[in-house]
Each structure stands twice: as structure tokens, then as C-alpha cells.
Write a protein that binds this ligand. Sequence first.
Ligand code: SF4
Length: 280
Amino acid sequence: MPRTLDPELRRALAERVRYCQEMGVYDFYRREGAGVETLSLTSQLELREEMAARKSAVAAPGVLGDLVTIASNPERGIADPAAALKLIREDLGECTRCKLHQGRNQIVFGVGNPHAELMFVGEGPGADEDAQGEPFVGRAGQLLNNMIKAMGLRREDVYIANIVKCRPPGNRQPERDECETCSPFLMRQIAAIKPKVMVALGATAAKNLLAINAPMMELRGRWYDFKPAGSDPSWLGARLAVTYHPAFLLRDPRQKGEAWKDLQMVMKYLGIEPPKKPNE
Ligand code: SF4
């Protein structure tokens, strides 16, 4: 017999669903015979209202069978990446989800072509990025621009984002809880853009994207398959390469040749010819 859900349990369930949504989990299935109570229609509607109040859309369970589908993110089903990115930015709002909001001047959401085939992902904003609200605009950004140009592309052709969107104090590395709180929004950006290739800039970006704890030497020089959970099933996902962070290359320019090898691997996959030098 269906029964009304205890309000405290309903609140906890709604909270759990919100957490899962932010982690990129959108679809939920009820396990057969697991002792789960069927929600009454009243409970479904109450839960739906509660989630709507949290700016999420819920397809309530039960009425159409046992499959419980929760279509949460407002950009889901929007084919235009620019429109989807706009909705994700709106959903992020003036975010205070992690402690990095305390020291920031601006959220650094991401910049570039919403239809980009190539996406770069760095670690987090620095002082210049925090001041301007755009990723990779300081000295490291200049070097990244030069790397993009050397590939025969323009900054406007690619999309650039970071694992965390607020500047860590003193340019320290973002902490695990900060990365875990912020990265679901990055996953949604990636799912909206559907790039062919992603390049993780530096170990922090690589480790967070790939959930692999390995030194750069082992991470570089190979391809990884990457597809955020809950993204369009018709999209095969991106290929992901790892290279050095431009800030590291500024400190150790001897590694630029190695970074160029990584970018050449990307260019070969994308079928990009490097621009010819004037005397060639
Ligand atoms: Fe929100 Fe991300 Fe900024 Fe943390 S780093 S406050 S999760 S936007």
C-alpha cells in the first residue's frame, strides 16, 4: 500500500538527490524487492514541489512504471551549446558552495567557442583571472595563447575552463573538497560543448579529470577516453591528453619541447596542419 513519506525522510531524500545532481548523476532506478516503499502520488507531488523550490525539475517516480528518472539540470536536452552554457552559468549563480568563494573577486566560468572541438582545462584562476573574470589571461595565459597559435588555431576557436572557478588563496592548489564541489559544473560544461579533444593542463587538472594519481611523466603521451556521467548518449565522448601547465613551462622552459609533442599528438588527431613559417 502506498503511504505518505515521512517529512524528515522526504527532506533527506531531496537533499540526497540534489547532491547526486551536483555530482553529475541524473538517472535513478528503483531496485526490485529492496524493501523500498512506493511513493504515493501525494508524496511524488510534494517531492516534485520541494525540488522545484530548489530550482530543479523532477520527474516523479511510480506513475509510469518502476523506472525513476530525475531530469535535473536545466540545460539537459538543449541542443545549442551556447544556450546550455548560459543556463549552467545561471544555475551556478553567485556560488558559495565551497570555501573558495570567500576570497574571490569574480567567478571565472570559462571562455571560448561553445562549439569548440578542442577544450583546455586548467587548475584554477590566479590573480589576473580573478580580476578579469576570464581563465588564462596572465603570463601563463599568454603562453597558452602562443601554444594555441602554434597549433594553427586562435583562442576564440577553443574553449578554456578550470577545475575550480574561484581563485584559491595565495594561488595554492585547490583542495579535494573544493574540486569535488566545483567540478560537476565543469562536467556540465563539457557535456554541453561535447569537444572532440580535451587537454588537461597540469597534474591537478589531469588527476581530477581522470581520478588517477600518477606523476606527469606517466600521465602524458597517451590518450584517455573521457565522457561525463549523464551526458548525451549519442555523443561518444572526448579523447583526453595531458600536458604541462603553462605556468610550469614558464618556470621550466626546457619542457616546452615536451609540451609541443603533446600538442602535436592532439593536432594529428584533429587533422590540424601547423601554420607554415614565412620562408617555407
Ligand atoms: Fe562555487 Fe566553484 Fe567557486 Fe567553490 S570554486 S564557490 S564551487 S564556483
